[in-house]
Design a protein around this ligand. Structure first.
Ligand code: M6R
Length: 613
């Protein structure tokens, strides 16, 4: 939540910062601001409630000279936690004298204590944010050395933060520090950029340095020095990023979400590429770094994640139990962390996270590690906190996912879980014939999704027909039960329609009371085990006059005849079924939201990565 970007170099800082904010806007978009230090001049700080476009308009109309001025600067796009979205609560924040400007991503847990103490010492606070204390603390500790003052200030903080600081007393210098919120530094030609994530950096450079918790970076146009909070120098390695800046552009699509839905045949292919061992009829997942013996010793799997990542985990639970016979549980990551989970020596914990920066998932990794579990993460963002702290795992290779609604990350997560189940299964009870059969299914996944994407005209037509409805049910069985949860989540988050995902068997235990002609039911009735029972459930819904949109296997005339509207899913086994089915549900949600004129890529109240609890 919240995106920060900081620039030191010869280009007009405001232009670079605004471009960076636009690329980070999916992290939060209720207000934005920048502060630019021009050598010899005062700090220009401009903030505005609303999106980055509003800030840009303000800058171009009121201070066009600032857009051209060379200098260094910091910028922020906000997802409000403390204090409503407003000009005054927007970042950057400064001390009263305007000597120290900060941007902050995270939450300062002890801000009230600090604020009270600072107010008693005469500090005047302007905003209701937790972040403003940081600027005042730096001012209190400053004795001519900015990095030392920042280090002293952050030592007072508890909570999470990624911060960047500028001061007119040190033109050309940016000090950044991190604990619990991501920060990465792009190392360019005579320029350096720090940001919450790669999206803001890739247009300038692919050479990056990830900061760890407890790192403080002193950045100018020509240098980056990393120290700890005690001012001792630290070495951090430089890595080259594979993603290009184009991957984070919308291209000709009206929304990132639609682009990302259409990328899925390719992203699923990327998740599979090089990971099939045709000779052994197994999977090659070198990032796991486990010997066959270690694999065979795994006695239990616990998957932890949030939102769509947790839903992917629920699909994976079926794979692991069914194909490998390993008892598996899925925990909401926050629940995992706080319920004192039982971790035995042979437990494998699999945190799943697209961003690798979700606060609760990071905490789950730490809890699992502290309890001695083997931890192997499934992440999309290379070098993210979850990936690094887990130390082993499998990357999704889905490319940047910008739309707040997760789409391609979900299908890649399920694909990788299926590869893991193949590996675990072959390591245990699965024979070569079954291994070969599963490989064929995995390799067919991209084409299955392609076939679903060809049905856009039909799905769009159905979406238009139902877009006026205010309540939806999604029902499924087996691995399509989590697919129903995912379909409901997609619809509610981008269209603001109330949607609930249920196990189809659960309908009769209460929710059926709600069914009437105004409650469409999306029934996942693919021809996999459970299909016959699902047809019965469809009949029950129709008997209550609820309209039914059924997802059925191509050619299943009996299922088609029962439903009012039909989306056809290619014939596949229960292991593959969730992927093409969810792709269809993503399209349904997308076109319903489009019909309702919603802000699809940036839904209200949401942000792409939930870096606070
Ligand atoms: O980055 P992560 O996968 O850890 O994010 C988890 C959830 O915040 C995320 O899946 C969220 O639910 C999406 N908005 C769903 O579309």
């Amino acid at each position: 939540m919240c995106g920060i970007v900081a620039y030191a170099g010869p280009r007009p800082a405001a232009e670079v910062l605004i471009d960076g904010l636009k690329r980070l806007e999916y992290r939060g978009y209720d207000s934005a601001g920048i502060a630019v230090v021009v050598e010899g001049g005062p700090v220009s700080c401009v903030k505005s409630a609303g999106k980055v476009n509003a800030l840009e308009r303000l800058l171009r109309e009121n201070t066009p000279e600032l857009m051209e001025a060379a200098g260094c600067g910091i910028a922020h796009t906000r997802w409000a936690t403390h204090g409503e979205p407003s000009d005054v609560n927007a970042h950057p924040h400064s001390d009263e004298k305007g000597k120290f400007y900060i941007v902050h991503n995270g939450i300062i847990d002890n801000y009230q204590t600090l604020r009270k103490r600072l107010a008693e010492q005469g500090c005047v606070f302007r905003s209701s944010t937790d972040s403003e204390v940081i600027a005042h603390l730096i001012a209190r500790f400053y004795q001519g050395d900015l990095p030392r003052a920042v280090a002293a200030a952050v030592r007072q903080l508890s909570g999470t933060y990624g911060i960047a600081v500028v001061s007119p007393l040190h033109p050309g210098m940016i000090v950044a520090a991190r604990k619990g919120s991501p920060l990465v530094i792009g190392l360019g030609e005579k320029e350096n950029i720090a940001a919450s994530d790669l999206a803001a950096i890739l247009p300038s450079t692919r050479n990056v340095m990830y900061l760890n918790d407890g790192d403080l970076a002193v950045m100018t146009a020509d240098s980056v020095e990393v120290r700890n909070f005690e001012n001792m120098p630290i070495e951090r390695e430089t890595t080259r990023v594979e993603w290009s800046a184009d991957a984070a552009e919308k291209g000709n699509y009206p929304h990132f979400m639609l682009k990302e839905i259409f990328e899925q045949p390719e992203t699923v292919e990327n998740a599979i590429r090089g990971r099939i061992d045709h000779e052994m009829k197994s999977a090659l997942l070198s990032g796991l770094n486990l010997t066959p013996r270690e694999l065979a010793e795994i006695g239990r799997i616990v998957i932890a994640g949030c939102g769509s990542s947790m839903h992917a985990g629920l699909v994976g639970e079926y794979f692991f139990e069914d194909l490998a016979g390993i008892p598996t549980e899925v925990e909401q990551a926050a629940e995992f962390r706080y319920r004192n989970p039982i971790i035995e020596p042979r437990t494998l914990v699999i945190p799943i996270s697209q961003s690798g920066e979700t606060a609760d998932t990071i905490a789950a990794v730490r809890e699992a590690t502290a309890k001695g579990a083997l931890v192997a993460a499934l992440c999309n963002v290379v070098g993210s906190t979850v990936a690094r702290e887990a130390g082993r795992g499998v990357y999704l290779h889905a490319g940047p996912e910008i739309s707040v609604a997760s789409t391609k990350a979900f299908t890649s997560q399920v694909t990788v879980l299926l590869l893991l189940a193949l590996l675990f299964g072959r390591n245990r009870r699965m024979d070569r014939t079954d291994g070969a059969r599963l490989i064929a299914e995995i390799e067919a996944l991209p084409d299955m999704i392609r076939k679903v994407l060809e049905q856009v005209p039909e799905i769009e037509r159905i979406a238009k027909r139902y877009a006026h409805c205010n309540d939806f049910f999604f029902i499924g069985r087996g691995p399509l039960y989590p697919a129903a949860l995912e379909g409901a989540l997609k619809l509610k988050e981008i269209s603001y329609i109330h949607a609930e995902g249920y196990h189809a068997a659960e309908l009769k235990h209460g929710p059926i009371a709600l069914l009437d002609p105004a409650h469409p039911v999306v029934a996942l009735a693919n021809n996999i085990p459970g299909r016959d029972k699902m047809l019965g459930n469809i009949q029950e819904c129709r008997a209550r006059k609820a309209p039914v949109i059924a997802l059925v296997t191509e050619g299943d005339a009996e299922a088609e005849a029962l439903a009012g509207d039909v989306i056809r899913i290619p014939e596949c086994s229960r292991y593959a079924a969730a992927l093409p089915t969810v792709a269809a549900l993503q399209l349904l949600a997308y076109y319903i939201a489009a019909e309702r004129g919603c802000e699809i890529d940036q839904p209200r109240n949401l942000a792409k990565s939930v870096t606070v609890e």
